[in-house]
Design a protein around this ligand. Structure first.
Ligand code: ADP
Length: 323
């Protein structure tokens, strides 16, 4: 490879900028020409591709969002769209790609690479942490710390009023943000898509704590839990415990923003560096992950959304520690 392109695609996540910076600077270090592709696959199709130098990624390691912008791109699902994208790359002589995104973006990359024989390297960028082949995804640590910070604040006001708060965090298919932030904030219970909730037991324990006048009662709910989010859970609880002063707080998009944590900057930097090394050594169509603190490569085909089994023990810990 001599000219490479880097793009961010799909859902945004804090730390993507740190990854872009690492790709650009490692590429330049090795004498490659590096191009930034704007708005994910849309920029490839619209020929929105700009040359990057070391200075173009100055002062971005600490910034949330992505300077390259991100998008979902319908045309890329079609062969015609991908062909147009390839022609634009060919015009510039780009012969390798680094895609920072989630499993959808990887599926697109795999298809593209099979059709046009262009090596693609994926970096896992998603706040949900649910990608196979890596212990970390870029953005998860920041999102979960933002959630902890917000829930701590809710706890203060819950305490002042003896209220029961049902807090909703992001996670349509995965409960990691809920599980980690719930344990870290001493939640009474955590409702996640990966596990069934015994509503009888939850109502019982909340009623009992209501009687004891427990100072703070917090339940953390992932948006994709079996009841369909915090509003739905609150409705059930209000009906069952009419005397409780129940409030709902949906954290929403604040979880996607903000300055990335040290951990996210670190893994983004390591992964970005290794993405370029992969292209140079001919390791093609893999996702760069980190497992047990070692670099770990997964064929893009297998880098899919992983509904990992969340240990029952974690959920047991939640209940014991909240009693
Ligand atoms: P994420 O990468 O965060 O999982 P999406 O699933 O929205 O986000 O995927 C991002 C983009 O990747 C899509 O908008 C589309 O352009 C491309 N893509 C996803 N799946 C496919 C596919 N099966 N074939 C071709 N392109 C795809």
């Amino acid at each position: 490879v001599t000219k490479i392109g880097v793009l961010t695609s799909g859902g945004d996540a804090p730390g993507m900028n740190a990854a872009v910076r690492a790709v650009v600077r490692t590429g330049i270090y090795h004498g490659l020409e590096v191009f930034g592709i704007i708005r994910g696959y849309s920029g490839m199709i619209d020929d929105d591709i700009i040359p990057m130098d070391s200075r173009s990624v100055a002062n971005i390691i600490q910034r949330g969002g992505t300077i390259l912008k991100t998008a979902r791109c319908k045309e890329f699902f079609e062969h015609e769209g991908r062909k147009k994208a390839f022609e634009n790359l060919k015009k510039k002589g780009i012969d390798g790609l680094v895609i920072i995104g989630g499993d959808g973006s990887f599926r697109g990359a795999q298809k593209f690479s099979n059709e046009f024989d262009i090596p693609c390297i994926g970096l896992p960028g998603t706040i949900d942490k649910d990608i196979a082949g890596t212990d970390f995804t870029i953005g998860f640590d920041t999102a979960v710390n933002t959630a902890v910070d917000a829930i701590d604040k809710i706890r203060d006001t819950a305490d002042a009023h003896d209220r029961l708060f049902i807090v909703e965090v992001m996670g349509r298919d995965a409960g990691y943000i809920a599980l980690h932030s719930g344990i870290a904030t001493g939640a009474e219970n955590i409702l996640i898509p990966e596990s069934k909730t015994d509503m009888e037991e939850l109502v019982h324990s909340l009623t009992e704590k209501e009687k004891r006048k427990k100072l703070v009662n917090l339940v953390v709910v992932a948006e994709g839990d079996e009841f369909g989010g915090a509003n739905e859970v609150a409705a059930v609880i209000k009906k069952r415990i009419p005397q409780a002063d129940v409030r709902v707080c949906i954290l929403g998009h604040i979880q996607r923003g903000g300055s990335p944590t040290c951990l996210d900057r670190l893994i983004a930097s390591r992964m970005g560096y290794h993405a370029v090394e992969c292209l140079l050594t001919g390791k093609h169509n893999v996702m760069v992950g980190i497992v047990n603190n070692n670099l770990y490569y997964t064929p893009l085909d297998n880098a899919i959304k992983a509904k990992q089994k969340i240990s029952e023990e974690w959920l047991k810990i939640v209940k014991i520690l909240a009693s």
